[in-house]
Structure formats: C-alpha cells, structure tokens
Design a protein around this ligand. Structure first.
Ligand SMILES: NC(=O)c1ccc[n+]([C@@H]2O[C@H](COP(=O)([O-])OP(=O)(O)OC[C@H]3O[C@@H](n4cnc5c(N)ncnc54)[C@H](O)[C@@H]3O)[C@@H](O)[C@H]2O)c1
Length: 340
C-alpha cells in the first residue's frame, strides 16, 4: 500500500508515520510545508526506515494530483492544518482556506485518481461548548455546534468528506474527533529509560501538559490556570487526555478498517477526565519539581467538561489503548521537553 501523510512533520502526523515505518511495510510519502512541522523530526524518522518527503504547501492545488499519481497513492492520512483556536478567531479566512479549502482540493484530487481510503484529523471542538455532558461522555451523535472558526473549518471538512464518500462509494473515509492529545513517543533506551525520539516540537504550542513541563524545567517562570469557578469538583476545567501513541495506533487500525468497512466518524479519547489542577499536580509529582501556578479568568469558549464516549471505536475498530495512564503521559511529555 502507498500512503500519503500530509502534515507528517508535525506533532501527531510524525507519531503516525513512526508507527507506519515501524509496524507496517507500507510505502510512505509525506507532504508538509514545515510551517509548524520539524525537519529534525523527519531526520529522526528516516533512521527508522526511508520515506519520501515533498516540501509543499497544500494551497498549491495543481501540484497535488501529480504527487498522488507518481506515488500510486491509495490511502491518505490528512493532518496538515492550522490548529490554534484564538488565532482562528482573529484570522478566520486563513483557517477556512487552510483547513477547509485545501482539504476540499485534496479530496477532489483523491477522488479523481481513485484513492480508496482517506483518514481525517477532526476534533472534539466540533461539539462546541456543551452545556452539560452525559455521564457516559459525548458520543458521536451528540449535536455538533462549533463555537470558533477552527472547529467549524473541521466540521465543514467532515461534511465535504461525507458527501464525497456518498457520491463516490469507492472513496471511503474515517473522520477521527480527537480529544486532548498529549505526551510523546514511548521509547525506552538501552538503559531502559524513557527517552522519546519525537514529540511536540513547535515552540509556541499551547498544550497544558507541554506548558507545565516547560515550567518544571524552568524554561518558563510560571503558568496560569484559566478559570477556577467551573461547575466541576475542584472548579477547574476537565478534559480527556489521550496519549499520542494510542491516538496514532487508531490511524493504523483505520487503514485496515476501511478495507472491509464503510466510512464512519469516531471519537478518540479515553472516556475519562482530569481537571487542569489534577494535571498540573501530576506534572509536579512525576517531575518532582514545584513551580508557580496563578489563577486567571476563564477564557471565552472553554467548556467546563469535555469527555469522550469512546464505545464506538472500541467496539467497531477493536481499538485497545495501551497508555491510558496520566503519569506516563506527563512523564513522556517532560522527558521530551528536556531534549527539544
Ligand atoms: N494537537 C491536538 O491536540 C489536536 C486536537 C484535535 C485535532 N487535531 C488535529 O490534528 C492535526 C495535526 O495536529 P498537530 O497537533 O500535529 O499540529 P502540528 O501543527 O504539529 O502539525 C500540522 C502539520 O501540518 C503542516 N501544515 C500545516 N498547513 C499546511 C499546508 N497548508 N501545507 C502543508 N503542510 C501544512 C505543518 O507544517 C505541520 O507539520 C490537525 O489537523 C489538527 O487540527 C490536533
């Protein structure tokens, strides 16, 4: 099989490429403009097994079709996107152009050359700001109501995919709605010490566990918790944190799934929530470092609770997470932060 990975030099894409190179014999082509992706990550991945890299912006519409044809691509895993929510509010058109327009062009070319499988990175942001979350978590039928251009740009792409798969049944897709992705490559060196080879490399990333790890290392002086008056047990927001390697394995399974099943949408999370306070305490515990944490006002559009119901992916894809452990998530993020 010949897989095209867009955004393969980025955080999530690189972990999926790692598993493709280690666990399959599929040939891999990466397209990335390196806007937030890392060339060093590509070098690290190349030490596992070789792949093709095309430095290209997906907005160059007419360059996509030749890449699909020349590499006989039968499967696309599409990560390339702009992902910062506040930025999407300031520059909505950039987000619709990169996330929806470029995705639509990619789908158009994929259908034209007969690509059979398309795996798409969507997000829990499509659910917006649920006023209440069922005890069992949000399932895929929970109403979608994005509250920012980022979430909307992803939901629009989901809809383009649905319509394309309906009209062209040979073109099948899986849309994954990721919850809070965290951690880094679970790799143990010859001394049996956790030493991630890849991780979140982009310096301005805003993920909570990355920021707390930066504080633990003294790269940042302090951090803020945005809102301590939510209707949650300790007042801080509760989220469903999933280890990056478990998220990545869902993509590998999706390739096999689509060989025999129809298109579908799946949540990917553990179905368990931790509060911001609990996460910060866990980073302090595993790193054995203390740091200053201030309370700041809530940010617009942050719901109190966002937890997945993951029954569907477990049942239909038989997805079995291996790293459902907040300590390991925080430890791997911290060990990576030491290196990067
Ligand atoms: N990180 C999360 O917590 C999270 C949560 C939900 C969904 N997602 C989705 O997962 C995907 C990957 O996110 P990530 O965290 O790895 O982000 P990232 O910024 O690390 O990776 C995105 C990659 O795409 C590349 N890219 C962006 N625009 C491009 C373009 N026009 N042409 C070519 N390459 C381009 C970047 O250089 C980068 O390598 C995104 O689609 C994002 O919306 C991420």
């Amino acid at each position: 099989m010949n897989i095209l990975v867009t955004g393969g030099a980025g955080y999530i894409g690189s972990h999926v490429v790692k598993q493709l190179l280690e666990d399959t014999d599929y040939s891999v082509t990466i397209v990335d403009n390196l806007s937030t992706g890392s060339r060093k990550t590509l070098d690290t991945l190349r030490a596992i097994r070789d792949f093709k890299f095309v430095e290209l912006d997906l907005k160059e519409f007419d360059k996509i079709l030749p890449i699909l044809e020349e590499n006989s691509i039968d499967t696309i895993i599409h990560f390339a996107a702009s992902i910062v929510v506040p930025e999407s509010v300031e520059n909505p058109l950039d987000y619709y152009m990169n996330n929806t327009v470029n995705t639509t062009n990619l789908i158009d070319k994929a259908v034209k050359v007969g690509v059979e499988r398309f795996i798409f990175s969507s997000t829990a942001a499509v659910y917006g700001e649920p006023s209440s979350t069922p005890i069992s978590g949000l399932d895929e039928n929970f109403p979608t109501a994005p509250i920012n251009p980022y979430g909307m740009s992803k939901l629009m792409s989901e809809n383009v995919l649905k319509d394309a798969s309906f009209a062209y049944p040979k073109f099948k897709h899986v849309a994954f709605r990721y919850f809070n992705v965290a951690g880094a490559d679970v790799y143990y060196n010859s001394d049996n010490k956790l030493e991630p080879r890849i991780g979140q490399s982009f310096p301005n990333a805003t993920h909570l566990i990355k920021i707390a790890s930066e504080c633990a290392l003294g790269k940042r002086e302090k951090m803020a918790i945005f809102g301590d008056d939510f209707a949650t047990e300790d007042g801080t927001g509760v989220r469903d944190y999933i280890h990056i390697d478990d998220l990545a394995s869902a993509h590998i399974q999706a390739i096999e799934y689509l060989k025999v099943n129809d298109s579908d949408t799946f949540n990917v999370g553990y179905g368990k929530g931790y509060s911001v306070k609990e996460v910060v305490e866990e980073v302090k515990r595993v790193t054995n470092r203390d740091f200053q944490v201030d309370n700041a006002p809530r940010r617009a559009g942050d719901p109190a609770l966002l937890i997945s119901n993951n029954s569907k992916i477990k049942q239909k894809m038989n997805w079995t997470p291996k790293y459902n452990n907040l300590g390991l998530i925080c430890q791997s993020a911290y060990e990576w932060e030491k290196i990067v």
